[in-house]
Design a protein. Structure first.
Length: 313
């Protein structure tokens, strides 16, 4: 991610990013008491249009995260999607963009708690290409850091402080020569990547860790399951996944708003399948990118045109 767009949304209005500041004592900065989303907008050169992907689904999840943190988010998901569209338009992008909404305990006060605190909300944007490689397959390592449990910090809520768990795993993975970490639950089952859900291909079936496996229930995860079913005629089984299945599956891929669909060709120094990107992962990538760039009318409801010129596509 690079430089933020000129305009952001803060304190109830669109304002210059350069003027949006928080103080050092801000509760969320000190205690991790915020929650966030990551939304992508895809530029389609042929349409001369920028498409925001599944904004309302992200803001519905943000409302659920806010309930966990007892943050009052005074806009509906539809209103937040409208604000996002307007903000992205104001920033004048002609390229792929990442959108970061952040709801947080904004009060400047010392003391750990969730109650009796003021809440803040902001959205900023930045140009963004691939978060992790998507072309040739990445190398993953199973992390020595276990995925945090639901009764520690609920992982289904996208809580800022929770991402220390992901950051520990990601840095360990990179320093060990991998591209990405795969985290296990306390029970030793596969949970997810540091910022991605995981899918395994076994024969003609997709397998993904069940919702109870301390995952963030990804918007992309849902999209992948729908595309697999509707476009490839492949069903997905949500269940517990043993670590050894990482080594024995035909294909493995990570998915997420940032990660998109990222094929995994090596895990813990073992080849996944033949060690090359598998055919089901490739086909899913093809249909995914067609849908998110507004090229497939069947999935027109997934995307919202920002500029208007592409509204008819
Ligand atoms: C821990 C974690 N899991 C999964 C995902 C994928 O979620 P989504 O597809 O909604 O972006 C993310 C992405 O933000 C994440 O941070």
């Amino acid at each position: 991610m690079s430089v933020a767009g000129e305009w952001c949304f803060f304190k109830g209005q669109i304002m210059p990013f350069a003027d949006a500041h928080v103080g050092l004592m801000t509760h969320a900065l000190n205690y991790g008491t915020g929650c966030f989303e990551g939304i992508r907008a895809y530029w389609n050169d042929a349409h001369q249009e920028l498409y925001v992907l599944k904004a309302e689904a992200h803001f519905e999840r943000m409302h659920r995260s806010c309930r966990v943190l007892r943050i009052d988010l005074p806009y509906t998901p539809a209103e937040l999607a409208d604000i996002t569209t307007e903000l992205v338009r104001r920033n004048g992008y002609r390229q792929d963009v990442y959108i970061r909404p952040l709801a947080f305990k904004s009060q400047e006060v010392i003391g750990v708690r969730l109650h009796d605190l003021q809440d803040g909300f902001a959205i900023f944007t930045a140009p963004m290409g691939n978060y992790i490689p998507i072309d040739d397959g990445i190398k993953c390592g199973v992390s020595s850091w276990r995925r945090i449990d639901d009764n520690m910090i609920p992982p289904a809520a996208k809580v800022t402080g929770l991402y220390v768990n992901s950051a520990l795993a990601k840095t360990e993975a990179i320093e060990n020569g991998f591209d990405e970490a795969i985290m296990l639950t306390q029970a030793g089952n596969v949970s997810e990547g540091s910022a991605e859900n995981i899918f395994l291909v076994q024969g003609d079936t997709l397998i993904t860790p069940a919702k109870g496996e301390n995952i963030l229930v990804g918007i992309t995860r849902n999209a992948v399951m729908q595309l697999a079913h509707d476009e490839l005629g492949i069903r997905t089984v949500e269940r517990n996944v043993a670590r050894s299945e990482l080594y024995t599956s035909d294909e493995v891929f990570l998915c997420g708003t940032g990660a998109q669909i990222s094929p995994v060709t090596e895990i813990d120094r073992r080849k996944v399948g033949d060690g090359v990107v598998g055919p089901i992962t490739r086909r899913l990538q093809d249909v995914y990118f067609g849908a998110v760039r507004g090229e497939n009318a069947k999935y027109a409801s997934w995307v919202r045109p920002v500029l208007g010129a592409g509204a008819s596509h």
